[in-house]
Design a protein around this ligand. Structure first.
Ligand code: TXA
Ligand code: MG
Length: 397
């Protein structure tokens, strides 16, 4: 396997990168943009530095970190006998650098603080130029979980990192909005058949097409063998995740409603008071009777018609509305303009955080089909939601 891309140094941001690399070499942590979500980086070969990540995030001690490299040479240098398992050759050729994390047998070079007692180490080669250049500038692998406080939605803007971690970390590099907006796919190719432990930026449909990955299974979705279900997989997935302060209610995707076409493109429905959106409006009326006032809706079932609901509505894109405007009881945040699953993925965490800042009592999310990026989106939403609505409730008089 040859290195897929040359190392880069980004001369125009040299000053910032040198500063960040110095902080990292001193054993401290730095917030950095990646193409998935912002990461909180530390030197992956330094156990004390790793501890600082856990402290800043308030992360459970048994949840291992992903190690980020900027070349295959760097990867080999941290592996036992410098060998990349052949099972990964085609995945690496196709999807690195990119939003794909692979499990390797752990070598003694990687401190236990990173792997939390697992026999494997998770490694990713990010494509974002700033993370690549930063790893190169440090000239060592960087451990980096998502740069949120543990349990909060992952950060997709530098300001999200500041909201959670200001005062706890010395630096965040601002690289703008993350292009995927959802974390990397975690693949364990060391087991037979290979397994997707966490769906993410590279889709199940894409991985299945790679040579040697035809039989890949998605943890939870395809695992039928009870023993497999019990086996330790991705420890982090057992924790409550991606949760804003407000209650999150997931409204299951209804196929007939015309949300996404099955090819994931143009919305066709024009219904506004039936389907997912209709369910939400009814639920809001109920919650109002209970004294709840402010509601948020993350919308995916876009329609061409204007909403005809009785409630005052605003379409929000995260910029103009004052959070104290009590007139607005229902705030809608569109998850992407084109209604493609990749757009929903990009905007999901930003939308959850935005509505939370608006101090709503309850956030409704219109679920999408579990195809393509939709699988990762729904995986995150099921973890964030405290309840799910799946069909129109029958009304008895
Ligand atoms: O896109 C991403 O992967 C981002 C960016 C910053 O690279 N990072 C990220 O890290 O999402 P984190 O810590 O939020 O999620 C890492 C996931 C956790 O669910 C963890 O349990 C799992 O990867 N993981 C890490 N090492 C593992 C291992 N050896 N075996 C199984 N799962 C592992
Ligand atoms: Mg995370």
């Amino acid at each position: 396997l040859e290195d897929p891309v040359p190392e880069i140094s980004l001369p125009h941001t040299r000053h910032v990168l040198d500063q960040a690399a110095q902080i990292l070499r001193d054993g401290q942590v730095v917030g950095m943009p990646t193409e998935t979500v912002y990461g909180l980086a530390s030197n992956a070969l330094d156990s004390v530095a790793a501890q600082r990540i856990f402290k800043a995030k308030n992360r459970p001690q048994d949840n291992p970190l992903i190690v980020h490299v900027s070349s295959l040479k760097m990867l080999r240098s941290m592996l036992k006998d410098n060998i990349i398992p052949p099972v990964y050759a085609d995945l690496i050729r196709t999807y690195w650098p990119g939003p794909l994390t692979l499990l390797f047998p752990r070598s003694s070079l990687i401190p236990n603080e990173i792997t939390c007692g697992q026999a494997t180490v998770a490694v990713r080669f990010p494509s974002h130029p700033i993370s690549r250049a930063l790893i190169s500038a440090c000239d060592r692998p960087l451990a980096a979980p998502s740069a949120n406080s543990s349990g909060k939605p992952s950060p997709t803007l530098a300001s999200h990192v500041m909201d959670d971690l200001a005062g706890k970390i010395p630096m965040v590099i601002n690289g703008g909005q993350c292009s995927f907006g959802i974390e990397s796919t975690v693949v364990d190719g060391l087991r037979v058949p290979p397994a997707i432990l966490r769906p993410g930026g590279v889709t199940f449909e894409q991985i299945r097409q790679v040579k040697g990955m035809e039989k890949v299974q998605v943890y939870k979705k395809h695992f039928t063998d009870a023993a497999m279900e019990q086996a330790p997989t991705t420890p982090g997935m057992k924790y409550r995740h991606y949760s804003p302060e407000a209650e999150v209610v997931l409204v299951e995707y209804i196929k007939t409603e015309g949300s996404f076409a099955s090819n994931g493109s143009v919305p066709t429905g024009t219904t506004t008071t039936t389907g997912q959106y209709g369910l939400i409006l009814k639920e809001i009326e109920k919650l109002k009777q209970e004294g709840k006032k402010r509601f948020g809706i993350l919308r995916t079932s876009f329609t061409t018609a204007t909403p005809t609901a009785t409630t005052a509505h605003t379409h929000q894109n995260g910029t103009t509305q004052s959070p104290d405007d009590r007139e607005e009881s229902v705030i809608e945040f569109p998850l992407g303009q084109g209604s493609k699953p990749e757009d929903v993925a990009r905007e999901l965490f930003r939308g959850l955080r935005y509505l939370d800042d608006q101090k709503v009592d309850c956030i409704f999310v219109e679920g999408i089909s579990e195809e393509d990026e939709g699988l990762a989106v729904m995986n995150r939403l099921r973890k964030a939601a405290s309840r799910t609505i799946s069909s129109e409730p029958t009304e008895f008089l």
